[in-house]
Design a protein around this ligand. Structure first.
Ligand code: ZN
Ligand code: ZN
Length: 382
């Protein structure tokens, strides 16, 4: 099959910048040296580009998982230009197509089905049909004056943020070249490859706890260098959630940033998927894996029966828990207080606690059953 024509601007840009970064940056380091100031500029600009892409381009503009004040949107627009990953309109349009047609090699602009290289960078280097400019899926963003402004002045903003800003910061410290190399060149190359890893590696390496409908994976290690975007299986399953790492111990600085900004009035309407939907999806995956494995077990019938029974019970308790939780929430809400007598409220609270405890016990039993199945599947269930 004939390959599409090469995009020479991108090919030159994305091969020359890494080449210059691996030669000029160490050379200047050995001959002139870098000081702490330049490394701090490098780290701050890395974070600025990173959060602008993950918090701005991705979770705000592509998925609308929350609302942001114009000041924050303006900062994101500058950071996105600094990251040199095209303007918001192009990025979000590609990304919405990625979610709508994930793994479809003809329609997903960075389909992981075409391999690591293609999904990482290959898709930018040629004029593929799937990457053709089509803003029909970002009409809502064309109404955002900051997005339109960034689109109009993109090239000027790229030069300002990638050359003007590091040069100015270098001027303040008396070493323009040092700052241009660390805060400009090295930061640009690294921040781009970090984002691209989410399109490539996060669709290949990791677990699929919520869904196997797409190739997207959860990978805690990848989250460490991608500002929390490594929980990509969760993200593809619940893309309207402003979080990617949902547990408090999940490393998701983008989530923390968005939440902190909400206390300052810079973000609002943060969307979260309900815990019951999340847990139900997890449970379904575990159930499907176990029942598929059952068929190769010598006591298939008995295991299937036991797993089915526990699964049905756990799903039922999960729904019951959600109902009681809602009632308890309503009973606690202040304006409803008058309608509830003290004893009514206590009853609602206690029955919620009872179901919560029941759920905890059933979860434990479910995990023990799965564990026992994985270790003793050749034997009959105890
Ligand atoms: Zn996404
Ligand atoms: Zn993806």
């Amino acid at each position: 099959m004939q390959k599409p024509p090469v995009n020479w601007t991108n090919t030159l840009l994305f091969s020359l910048t890494p080449l210059l970064a691996v030669t000029l940056v160490p050379w200047y380091g050995f001959t002139e040296g870098y000081d702490l100031y330049e490394w701090v500029v490098f780290i701050l600009l890395m974070g600025f580009c990173g959060i602008s892409i993950t918090g701005g381009y991705h979770r705000l503009w592509s998925h609308k998982t929350y609302k942001a004040h114009p000041i924050l949107r303006f900062i994101y627009a500058l950071g996105g230009a600094c990251a040199l990953q095209n303007d918001v309109l192009h990025w979000a349009s590609d990304h919405r197509r990625h979610h709508a047609h994930v793994d479809n090699n003809d329609k997903d602009p960075y389909s992981a089905g075409l391999g690591f290289w293609f999904s990482h960078i290959g898709w930018i280097l040629r004029e593929y049909e799937s990457g053709k400019e089509d803003f029909s899926n970002v009409k809502d963003l064309q109404r955002d004056p900051i997005v339109v402004w960034q689109h109009k002045h993109y090239l000027a903003l790229v030069l300002l943020m990638n050359i003007g800003l590091p040069a100015f910061l270098g001027f303040l410290n008396g070493d323009i070249i040092g700052c241009l190399l660390l805060g400009g060149l090295l930061r640009l190359v690294l921040s781009q490859h970090v984002t691209w890893l989410i399109n490539s590696l996060a669709h290949m390496w990791g677990r699929q706890p919520y869904s196997d409908a797409s190739s997207a994976r959860d990978n805690g290690l990848l989250a460490l260098i991608t500002y929390g975007e490594g929980y990509h299986n969760y993200h593809h399953t619940f893309q309207w959630d402003y979080r990617n790492g949902i547990k408090w111990w999940h490393y998701d600085p983008t989530k923390w940033f968005i939440r902190t900004c909400s206390f300052l009035g810079l973000t609002s309407d943060l969307k979260r998927c309900s815990p019951i939907v999340i847990e139900s999806a997890r449970l379904d995956m575990q159930y499907r894996h176990a029942t598929q494995k059952c068929h190769s077990s010598s006591n298939a019938e008995k295991w299937l029966q036991r797993i089915e029974q526990e699964y049905q019970q756990l799903q039922a308790t999960l729904h019951l828990w959600a109902q009681h939780r809602q009632s308890w929430y309503e009973a606690r809400t202040s304006e409803l207080h008058e309608k509830w007598s003290h004893w009514d409220r206590r009853q609602v609270r206690d029955s919620y606690r009872e179901v919560k405890y029941k759920l905890k016990i059933q979860r434990q039993r479910w995990h023990e059953l799965l564990q026992s199945f994985h270790t003793h599947q050749g034997l009959a269930p105890a």
